[in-house]
Design a binder for this molecule. Structure first.
Ligand code: NI
Length: 183
């Protein structure tokens, strides 16, 4: 596998604060290439050998805006068993419903655009159902839960110019802990 030539924007970049645009179909070559590059990059970031070789930080998700394309596209790459990956391509997503229950990542969320350690609770729904489109413009619905649901909500935020750090209460980063389940 060859490491794709992409530059991931740092949180200081103002583009990460912009709202991404709805995508129209069919996708153009830039959009297709960006999706493929993001999937390859995330996969390589999770494989120990390529992670070490290219000094990558492991990541689960990327939104197009993070590589400079301000369009409503994100991808998630989930390791379902050792070095076997499942990927999600999500275009023009909308949340249809969500659980009452909220969860948070105990060790804190991470983001390939946030190059510092951040502690604190980022409240997320435990389960969400979304509608979206695949690369061919076909609509689909998907229900995701737990860590995958968190990844989806994290990426959805990117499409609206929101970073996970924005959700953390600055004065009391662990506020509301007792109201949510840690995963
Ligand atoms: Ni992120």
């Amino acid at each position: 596998m060859k490491l794709p030539n992409i530059t991931i924007l740092d949180e200081s970049d103002k583009r990460l604060r912009k709202k991404s645009q709805e995508v129209t179909f069919p996708l153009n070559d830039t959009q297709r290439q960006t999706i493929n590059n993001m999937i390859t990059y995330l996969t390589m970031s999770q494989i120990k050998e390529t992670q070490e070789k290219y000094h990558l930080r492991a990541g689960w998700g990327l939104s197009a805006v993070q590589v400079g394309l301000l369009e409503r596209i994100f991808v998630i790459v989930e390791e379902i068993e050792k070095e076997t990956f499942k990927h999600y391509i999500v275009i023009n997503p909308k949340i249809l419903s969500h659980s009452e229950e909220k969860i948070y990542v105990g060790e804190g969320e991470g983001c390939l655009s946030v190059n510092r350690d951040v502690v604190g609770i980022v409240p997320r729904y435990a389960r969400i159902t979304i509608s979206a489109y695949d690369m061919d413009g076909n609509p689909y619905e998907i229900r995701v839960r737990e860590d995958v649901a968190i990844a989806f909500q994290h990426e959805l935020d990117h499409l609206n110019g929101i970073l996970f750090v924005d959700h953390i209460n600055k004065k009391n980063p662990f506020q509301g802990k007792e109201l949510m389940r840690e995963i």
